[in-house]
Design a protein around this ligand. Structure first.
Ligand SMILES: O=P(O)(O)OC[C@H]1O[C@H](OP(=O)(O)OP(=O)(O)O)[C@H](O)[C@@H]1O
Ligand SMILES: O=C(O)c1cc(=O)[nH]c(=O)[nH]1
Ligand SMILES: [Mg+2]
Length: 183
């Protein structure tokens, strides 16, 4: 499966001038919600990503909300595991709501729609580790970190992209006056 085609086909591959979560600017943005709103595509992505981790015997899959919620569900379904999510805690971190079951020693896979710095999925990992679970891998639909993101466990993605990104003060799109979009 060529996932970038799915992004393109569903109008999820945006070109322009975007502010990313990490504060940098980029001419390309992957709007995963536009792809994952299609259950059949979401399921296909979940199966393909799950396949990359089928030997890991995970108890649950967790993703950082919002982008990681549907993804964790479809990957968990493909692996026969539980699906959890971590939520922004309003203080820069992520938390897992009390009602979600999570036992010390359980093995989990963390999933993310798009990894740029990896900081968002790292926060979800920390939230699960704080409850005693053990991270055995990180999966992403797209790794756009340019090989920079690392988690100390196997990190696998369905696609890897090399995309320009700029600190705001050195952004050529800002200099050209292209309006900045906060998606
Ligand atoms: O690797 P990073 O530098 O952390 O950037 C990537 C993150 O940014 C987006 O989430 P965002 O928090 O913007 O919004 P969401 O609620 O739609 O997931 C995306 O879903 C990733 O979680
Ligand atoms: O880095 C981000 O914030 C980011 C990049 C991207 O392509 N898509 C997304 O949802 N977030
Ligand atoms: Mg996200």
């Amino acid at each position: 499966m060529e996932v970038l085609d799915l992004y393109r086909r569903t109008g999820a591959l945006l070109e322009g001038h975007f502010l990313l979560r990490s504060g940098v600017h980029s001419p390309l943005f992957l709007q995963s919600a536009a792809l994952l709103q299609h259950p059949l595509y979401a399921e296909a992505v979940g199966e393909a990503l799950g396949k990359l981790f089928e030997d890991e015997k995970v108890d649950f899959v967790i993703g950082p909300a919002m982008g990681g919620v549907i993804l964790a569900f479809v990957v968990a379904r493909a692996l026969g595991a539980r699906a959890l999510f971590a939520e922004k805690d309003g203080q820069g971190g992520m938390t897992i709501r009390k009602g979600l079951t999570l036992n010390p020693g359980e093995r989990f896979l963390a999933v993310e729609d798009v990894v740029t710095t990896g900081e968002s999925v790292r926060k979800a990992i920390r939230a699960a580790e704080a409850r005693g679970a053990v991270c055995v891998g990180v999966g992403a639909i797209v790794d756009r970190s340019g090989g920079q993101a690392a988690f100390g466990v196997p990190f696998r993605a369905l696609a890897r992209l090399q995309v320009p990104q700029y600190p705001p003060e050195a952004c050529p799109l800002c200099r050209e006056g292209v309006p900045l979009e906060e998606v």
